[in-house]
Design a protein around this ligand. Structure first.
Ligand SMILES: [Zn+2]
Length: 248
């Protein structure tokens, strides 16, 4: 596969800005695992690194979906932990809504974005469909009630806002599908409580269908979960880089 596929236009733009900015920027190349081509990680934040709240769906008495011997809460936490590592490797700060098998309400999860003045919020879930369904693939949700475009955010000087969810979802969805080769089911606007109530751009990633006999096999492989985490992390980094540059 071609290298250019993994260098979205926005990164090229970032690199151009970085070249202009000289010593104000530093280029960090992160060695990618498996056969995935390396992607430049460009750090455009010069002071405090952005903070990302990573939310492992469900937990405690709320197991989430169950299928093919998989309990959603366990898989979502596993992927969330891998995502945390990837984001920290890219220089970001991370707060987990849960690090163990504990229950939090949706409001408690969303509130952590405000408590920590988060720059982005990512909720990790696994999808389900009817028994025997062949449905598979990845889809990313954003809240439709957070409609501010990046341009509006900049022009009104609001700094951190809840807007940009659609743009955030698009980049995450694209990079997760690129990393995993999973079926791309697109981005969808839906006011799930965690994304609608988080006080920052927020997405909910449905990482695959545990009801799919074929996809669940891949989801049970640690290497595949690494690819999911890697794709989400790249999407988060790209999104935050774009915002940091737009805010200059
Ligand atoms: Zn779920």
């Amino acid at each position: 596969m071609k290298f250019s596929r993994f260098i979205p236009l926005s990164v090229q733009t970032v690199v151009a800005y970085a070249a202009l900015g000289g010593s104000a920027f530093s280029l960090v190349w992160l060695q990618q695992r498996q056969e995935v081509e390396p992607v430049p990680r460009v750090r455009v934040w010069t002071e405090t690194a952005p903070l990302v709240v990573v939310d492992a769906g469900h937990g405690g008495h709320d197991g989430g979906a169950v299928a093919h011997g998989v309990i959603e809460k366990n898989l979502s936490l596993d992927i969330a932990n891998r995502l945390k590592k990837e984001l920290e490797a890219a220089g970001l700060r991370v707060v987990m809504t849960r690090s163990g098998d504990s229950f939090l309400s949706l409001d408690e999860r969303a509130a952590l974005a405000g408590t920590h003045h988060a720059d982005a919020f990512v909720s990790v879930h696994l999808n389900t469909d009817g028994e025997g369904s062949a449905a598979e693939g990845v889809e990313t949700y954003f809240a439709e009630t957070k409609g501010l475009s990046a341009r509006q955010v900049v022009s009104t000087g609001q700094g951190r806002t809840a807007g940009d969810g659609a743009e955030f979802a698009k980049v995450v969805q694209r990079l997760v599908c690129g990393a995993t080769k999973a079926e791309n089911r697109g981005t969808k606007a839906r006011d799930y409580a965690v994304v609608a109530r988080a006080a920052c751009p927020a997405v909910l990633v449905e990482c695959g269908f545990i009801t799919s006999a074929s996809e669940v096999v891949r989801l049970k492989e640690a290497g595949y979960r690494d690819k999911i985490a890697d794709g989400i992390a790249r999407g988060v980094v790209l999104f935050l880089q774009g915002r940091a540059l737009a805010a200059r």
